[in-house]
Ligand binder design. Structure first.
Ligand code: DSN
Length: 414
């Protein structure tokens, strides 16, 4: 950081503050992770200077011999990771990737079945506050009383609504989807299938979860989260949708792709192809399972009955009489970052809901395993149960810092 340090003290101080926060804090926001220093280098590389509208071999500006190399590498590596027929690595992030995918195959007013936000879905899957809901007609399915997707209900809904698209995917749902059932229901009603795998992409790439790509027409994802790449998006699809997806990306929705980001995607996908990433993906799920079991032991209600992926959704209001916001704030005080979250059939409001979402991708990247997860689970319980006891919170915070220092992060960054 020596150039920033010499030139811009304010940005330097903020950057170093964030570095220290990440090094000495426990990151448990389910959608966050730590990229490698190689990915950071690619992000800060000279590719940031380059405009490259179009696709490798077919660009609108000159000077593309190296942008074509990195973009082709990112595409080839993504195809290998997910067995995709076609890949577009240009979407700037997950929300644009979803809007691009909708616009590629839907017309304004078309009907889409998507998962309800409070039942684990995502804003861009048709929540009324989003642009997607203003353009398309979203009908949203929910989980049942056992916290599972009821495929018979989904089928009934699909037969009744006759949607143009059935959308799978989530940002807080913790159970494994039955890909074949989605495919069969969509086939019955002639709908296009789309799956937003943003949260679990790394677990799929690491072969710790089954690969949905063969079963869905379109699969969107972010490249950060469990996939541990730079912030960005990606769309995979069957060959028959390839042209529509590419046209909808550029020029339909975006201008020049961010090639520094695409270079970083290539680096991250290269890392995900290595055997160590498989171990990471498996360990991530193991860690989440231990977290689930420990929290259950401490009397927390775990939504959806448990977890099959990298996160747990906890009903802190129902089990401890502490709201999601209060729990998030207490945990912030001990250096554990996570987020308050709505739970299925929540009676509270989104700014102070009943739940918290806890994820383990980032702490697993640091190398934490069962032993540490057990310690962290106890800290989470102690902080929530003693949320007003500043002295106790301070004591736990010191322990959190000590543990984080045992699993150092970004040792070479200064
Ligand atoms: N913001 C991401 C998450 O936390 O799940 C998804 O958009």
């Amino acid at each position: 950081m020596k150039n920033i340090k010499n030139q811009d003290k304010e940005v330097y101080r903020a950057t170093m503050g964030e570095l220290k926060r990440q090094q000495e804090g426990m990151e448990m926001i389910a959608s966050e992770n730590y990229v490698s220093e190689a990915v950071l280098e690619a992000l800060g590389s000279v590719f940031t200077n380059k405009y490259s509208e179009g696709y490798p071999g077919h660009r609108y500006y000159g000077g593309q011999e190296y942008t074509d190399v990195v973009e082709s590498l990112a595409i080839a590596r993504a195809k290998k990771l997910f067995g995709a027929e076609h890949v577009n690595v240009q979407p700037l992030s997950g929300a644009p990737a979803n809007m691009i995918a909708y616009s590629a195959v839907l017309k304004p007013g078309d009907k889409v079945l998507g998962m309800d936000l409070a039942h684990g879905g995502h804003l861009t899957h048709g929540h009324p506050v989003t642009l997607s809901a203003k353009i398309y007609n979203f009908v949203r399915y929910k989980t049942d009383a056992f916290g599972k997707i009821d495929y018979r209900e989904l089928e009934k809904m699909a037969v009744k609504e006759k949607p143009k698209m059935i959308l799978a995917g989530f940002s807080a749902y913790t159970r494994q989807l039955d890909y074949k059932k989605f495919q069969a229901i969509a086939k019955k009603v002639g709908a296009i299938t789309m799956f937003d795998i943003a949260h679990i992409a790394g677990l799929i790439a690491g072969k710790a979860l089954p690969n949905p790509v063969p079963y869905f027409d379109i699969v969107t994802t972010t490249t950060h989260k469990t996939l541990r790449g730079p912030r960005g998006g990606m769309i995979m699809c069957k060959e028959k949708f390839a042209k529509a997806i590419d046209k909808a990306t550029f020029p339909g929705f975006q201008g020049g792709p961010h090639e520094n980001n695409i270079a970083a995607k290539a680096v991250a996908f290269g890392e995900a192809l290595k055997p160590a990433f498989k171990k990471y993906a498996v360990q991530t799920i193991k860690n989440a399972k231990i977290l689930e079991q420990e929290l259950k032991k401490y009397g927390f209600d775990i939504c959806f009955g448990g977890t099959d992926n990298h996160m747990v959704l906890v009903d802190v209001w129902g089990s401890k009489g502490v709201s999601g916001k209060e729990a998030q704030e207490a945990l912030d005080e001990i250096g554990i970052s996570l987020n308050k979250n709505m739970i299925p059939n929540d009676t509270r409001n989104p700014m102070d809901p009943s739940g918290i979402r806890i994820g383990v991708p980032a702490i697993t990247t640091r190398g934490m395993k069962e032993k540490e997860i057990k310690i962290i689970s106890k800290w989470i319980k102690d902080a929530i149960e003693n949320k007003d006891d500043k002295k106790e919170l301070k004591k736990i915070h010191n322990e959190v810092i000590k543990l984080c220092r045992k699993f150092p992060l970004y040792k070479n960054l200064k």
